[in-house]
Design a protein around this ligand. Structure first.
Ligand code: ZN
Length: 137
């Protein structure tokens, strides 16, 4: 049976992906992590291959994106509008964190669990439509 899967986020560390995966699964969405084993084997590979890709079934995409919005408020601007690609205006953005080291990762982890995301953590997005990468800051 043919299934379509869609990447909705990518993470430099699989631990980040696991947190989001747990959240989505608690909402009844089946989540698949791609390249996780490879990255856990050698973290240096993570950057090279673009991190752990978190994918969901196509039919779960909208629900999953909405949950990501809830736990990741930076995907909306100050007026509550969804972020759009500055190049082409597409809303099909892949969320990627730019956690640089263990310390900032722990800060990310802590803030994620307490739902108070740190101001100093940059959030990057990649447009699925045109490939443009941009940050929300
Ligand atoms: Zn674009």
């Amino acid at each position: 049976m043919q299934r379509t899967f869609i990447d909705i986020a990518r993470f430099q560390y699989s631990a980040e992906a696991q947190i989001v995966k747990g959240k989505l699964q608690s909402e009844g969405i089946e989540v698949f992590l791609k390249d996780q084993v490879l990255i856990d084997t050698d973290p240096l590979i993570s950057r090279a291959i673009g991190g752990v890709k978190l994918r969901v079934r196509a039919e779960d995409e909208l629900k999953a994106l909405k949950i990501l919005d809830d736990i990741e408020p930076y995907s909306v601007d100050d007026s509550g509008n969804r972020l759009k690609c500055p190049e082409c205006g597409s809303e099909r953005l892949i969320f990627q964190t730019s956690v640089k080291d263990v310390k900032s990762f722990l800060a990310f982890l802590f803030s994620f669990l307490t739902f108070a995301l740190p101001i100093h953590t940059r959030y990057d997005y990649r447009c699925e439509n045109c490939g443009n990468q941009f940050s929300n800051k």
